[in-house]
Design a protein around this ligand. Structure first.
Ligand code: ZN
Length: 193
């Protein structure tokens, strides 16, 4: 009698452990892709198409995220975001589970959002939709003069400032960074004249 009770209790105790193991295996080997919210680069991309994601078992995707985080290009973009107070952007957040193949910023802008073209699937299962993503509002100095506005991203990774409250002689758009995170020589972060 005692043995049966113990066996029963032990059996109950292993159930959550079994469920956790199944969940862990699922998490480790589910195929997914990861878009860097700073560089807008896929950590694993299809050969010859740097803007197209490759789905890998999650464990490999996570490893490639770690490798990506140490690349000079990523660190340069990260620094650019921090210096100018630019927020990370994640057009994939609404689409579960990251089954996108492409995420392309377009030139369609509304009040505070930039539209991204999202594509997912391969072959006949290919589909797409447009998704507005909030733009960062930043302040910076342009030739020593304070400027503020929204950060617009481009497909090649470059960024522009869509100047808000500009006077007639001010430019409407100012290039912030080129596709390699090189800042425009005219701009400075606020407080770093
Ligand atoms: Zn990155």
């Amino acid at each position: 009698m005692m043995n049966t009770t113990i066996a029963y209790l032990l059996g109950l105790a292993t159930l959550p452990a079994g469920a956790a193991a199944v969940w862990l295996l699922y998490r480790l080997f589910r195929r997914e892709a990861w878009l860097c919210p700073y560089c807008l680069a896929w950590t694993a991309h299809t050969k010859g198409k740097p803007d197209t994601a490759l789905y890998l078992p999650a464990i490999l995707t996570w490893a490639s995220v770690l490798v990506h985080g140490r690349t000079a290009r990523h660190r340069a973009w990260r620094r650019a975001h921090e210096e100018y107070g630019i927020g990370r952007v994640d057009p994939t957040w609404n689409l579960w589970p990251n089954h996108l193949t492409r995420a392309v910023p377009t030139d369609e802008l509304d009040d505070e959002g930039q539209t991204y073209l999202l594509e997912w699937g391969f072959g006949s299962e290919r589909d797409s939709r447009k998704e507005p993503v909030g733009m960062s509002y930043i302040e910076c100095l342009f030739d020593g003069k304070p400027m503020e506005g929204y950060v617009v991203r481009h497909e090649d990774g470059s960024m522009e400032l869509l100047v808000v409250r500009h006077s007639k002689e001010d430019p409407r758009r100012i290039p912030l960074f080129d596709g390699n995170a090189e800042p425009n020589p005219h701009i400075r972060p606020i407080g770093k004249e």
